[in-house]
Design a protein around this ligand. Structure first.
Ligand SMILES: NC(=O)c1ccc[n+]([C@@H]2O[C@H](COP(=O)([O-])OP(=O)(O)OC[C@H]3O[C@@H](n4cnc5c(N)ncnc54)[C@H](OP(=O)(O)O)[C@@H]3O)[C@@H](O)[C@H]2O)c1
Length: 315
C-alpha cells in the first residue's frame, strides 16, 4: 500500500510502499479514504514521544483518518464490514498511522461511526482537533455569561473551541490576525484581539474590562500563557493544549491550571458526531491535497499560519 513514512526520527517524510496491515483479534482493518493533518503528525515524526513510545520504522505518519471498515479480526462485533468510520489511527509502536491506504485499530480504541452529515474528507479533519476542543472547553467550566479568551483561535483546535465555548453561552474573545478576524466572529467570537499587533493584554481588557473567567491556550509559549493568566479573575481557569501551564504556580495565585493531554476516545468521537450532525460544530477545511503532497503539507503546517484544517485525499 502507499504510505507516507519516515525511516527514522527527524528524517524527511516520503512516499513508501508497505505491506497492507492484517487485523489481529479484536482489531478492525480500515480502508482510509482521507487523512487529517495535525501538528502532532510532524511532532511525532520529529521524535516528540520517543521517551514514551518505542517506535517501529518505517513509521507511517498521521493520526486522524476516515474510511470504510474492510475487515475485522476475531471477536469483533462492533463496527462491521462496510461501515463508514473515523478515528485516531496513530500507533507508533507498530509503525502505523493514517497517511496510508489501510490502518488497523482496536475495535474498542479511538474509532467510531462517521458523522452522518459529513463526507470522508471532512470527517478526517475532526478527531484530534475537535476532541481537544471539547476537552478544553469542558475543563474551562464555561457557561452563560462567562468570559473566555481563546489564544490560538484561528487553528484547528481553536476554531472548534470558539464554536463550543459560544454554544456554552460564554462571551468569547478570540485571537486572530486581521485576515482571520471575520471567520472567527462567524464561528461565535464576540470580540477579536490581534496577537501580532501591540499589547494583547490591553486589547483583551478593552473587550472584557472585568477580566476573564477562563483562558484557553492552543498556541504560544509559557511566558505568553503566564502573562495572559494575569487577566483571569480569582478562581479562574487556564487550560492549555501546548503544555504552557504550571498548575502549581497558578494555584499560588488562586487560579486553576491544567495541561490537556489526550487523544480522542470512541466515546468522544461519538459525542462529536452527534454535535456535528446537530449542526452545533463544524470544521473548516483550509486545504485539500493528495496523499503524495503530505511532505509539503506538513512543512506548511510547521511554518505556522494555519487557517483551518488540511486534509489529504488517499483514494
Ligand atoms: N494536548 C493535546 O491533547 C493536543 C490536542 C490537539 C492539539 N494539540 C496542540 O495544540 C496546538 C494547536 O493545534 P491546532 O491543530 O489548532 O494547530 P494549527 O491548526 O496549526 O493552528 C495553530 C494556530 O495558532 C495560531 N497562533 C500561532 N501562534 C499564536 C500566538 N502566539 N497567539 C495566538 N495564536 C497563535 C496560528 O495562526 P498564526 O500563525 O497566523 O498566528 C494558527 O492559526 C498544537 O501545538 C497541537 O500540537 C494538543
Amino acid at each position: 500500500m502507499r504510505a507516507i513514512a519516515v525511516s527514522e526520527y527527524g528524517a524527511t517524510p516520503a512516499l513508501t510502499y508497505l505491506p497492507r496491515p492484517e487485523p489481529g483479534p479484536g482489531e478492525l482493518l480500515v480502508k482510509l479514504i482521507a487523512a487529517g493533518l495535525n501538528p502532532y503528525d510532524w511532532r511525532a515524526a520529529d521524535g516528540m514521544l520517543k521517551d514514551t513510545a518505542d517506535a517501529t520504522f518505517p513509521l507511517v505518519l498521521g493520526a486522524d483518518g476516515a474510511g470504510v471498515v474492510e475487515d475485522a479480526g476475531e471477536g469483533v462485533t462492533r463496527l462491521r464490514h462496510g461501515e463508514q468510520v473515523y478515528g485516531f489511527f496513530s500507533d507508533l509502536e507498530r509503525g502505523r498511522g493514517s497517511y496510508a491506504e489501510y490502518a488497523v485499530v482496536p475495535v474498542d480504541g479511538p474509532v467510531a461511526r462517521m458523522p452522518a452529515s459529513m463526507i470522508y474528507t471532512r470527517a478526517a479533519a475532526v478527531p484530534t482537533a475537535c476532541a481537544a476542543a471539547l476537552d478544553v472547553v469542558e475543563r474551562a467550566g464555561l457557561g452563560e455569561g462567562r468570559t473566555v479568551l481563546i489564544a490560538g483561535a484561528t487553528g484547528g483546535v481553536g476554531r472548534a473551541a470558539v464554536q463550543l465555548a459560544a454554544r456554552a453561552g460564554a462571551e468569547v474573545v478570540a485571537t486572530a490576525r486581521a485576515d482571520a478576524d471575520a471567520a472567527v466572529r462567524r464561528l461565535g467570537a464576540a470580540h477579536t484581539v490581534d496577537h501580532t499587533a501591540g499589547d494583547l493584554g490591553a486589547q483583551v481588557l478593552a473587550a472584557c474590562p472585568a477580566g476573564l473567567d477562563a483562558l484557553i491556550v492552543t498556541a504560544g509559549d509559557t511566558a505568553r500563557t503566564t502573562a495572559l493568566a494575569r487577566l483571569l479573575r480569582p478562581g479562574g481557569t487556564c487550560v492549555s493544549t501546548v503544555w504552557t501551564v504550571d498548575p502549581d504556580a497558578m494555584a499560588e495565585h488562586g487560579l486553576h491550571g491544567v495541561n490537556v493531554d489526550g487523544a480522542p476516545t470512541a466515546g468522544t468521537l461519538e459525542r462529536l458526531a452527534d454535535l456535528i450532525d446537530a449542526g452545533e460544530l463544524s470544521v473548516h477545511i483550509e486545504r485539500e491535497a493528495p496523499l503524495e503532497a503530505a511532505p509539503d503539507a506538513l512543512a506548511r503546517n510547521r511554518a505556522g499560519g494555519a487557517r483551518g484544517k488540511t486534509v489529504l485525499r488517499i483514494l
